[in-house]
Ligand binder design. Structure first.
Ligand code: ATP
Length: 202
């Protein structure tokens, strides 16, 4: 499973629809200062479910929407579409019924984010899990931003461990464990309530 195409519209400086094909192997993005290299990398993280505005260099999630320029009004929404080649059928169950997988994330002012996978509405969690399981999540070490190598060298062991876990494709398991623990706690609370009721009836 690998990225084949990315389409941006109204995302940061990419106000007009821009489509790029991604060849297999290592991809480098080069260009003059301020041309949008980091914005492109952020678009990739964002479509994979990144939800921290700071990771998008913004104060709020709506900051990813084109904010306007001297000659162009601001946009009302931003949309990024990521296409993946799934001919090896490595996508997790639920996403694995076609050779091409298309993920769309759109954010509309005052409405929020919505996702689609192959044209069907999807939950943020499902998209995040899909990429976490495929070891290419929004925090993936496969996306190297400026200054990240120096950060890695200076990182504390705990932070380095998180990077290795993401590379090994097990970070999705932590999210599932967290959700399972929440359910377990809910069940325990219900059980305690049942015991209280039973006691009061005896
Ligand atoms: P450098 O090499 O200097 O880091 P870069 O190629 O990585 O630059 P980016 O940081 O990706 O460039 O792009 C910066 C440009 O994007 C700036 O001109 C900034 O005004 C523009 N930009 C960022 N967010 C928005 C937004 N929401 N609306 C419009 N333009 C934006």
């Amino acid at each position: 499973m690998h990225f084949t195409r990315i389409r941006l519209q109204g995302f940061k400086s990419f106000v007009d629809q821009t489509e790029l094909s991604i060849a297999p192997g290592l991809t480098g993005v080069v260009g003059p200062n301020g041309c949008g290299k980091s914005n492109l990398l952020e678009a990739l993280r964002w479509v994979m479910g990144e939800n921290r505005p700071t990771a998008m260099r913004g104060g709020g999630m709506e900051d990813v929407i084109f904010a306007g320029a001297s000659s162009r009004p601001a946009r009302n929404f931003a949309e990024v579409t990521l296409q993946l080649d799934n001919s090896d059928r490595l996508a997790p169950p639920g996403f694995n019924d076609s050779d091409v997988l298309e993920i769309v994330r759109r954010i509309t002012r005052d409405v929020g984010s919505a996702y689609k996978t192959n044209g069907k509405d999807a939950r943020a969690r499902d998209v995040q899990m899909l990429f976490a399981d495929a070891s290419t999540g929004a925090h993936s070490p496969a996306l190297v931003r400026q200054g990240q190598i120096a950060e890695l060298i200076n990182a504390k062991p705990k932070a380095r461990r998180r990077i290795l876990e993401e590379a090994a494709g097990i970070s999705g398991l932590y999210q599932r464990r967290h959700e399972a623990e929440l359910k377990l706690r809910g069940a325990e609370t219900n059980l305690a309530r049942v015991e209280d009721v039973t006691e009061s009836l005896q």
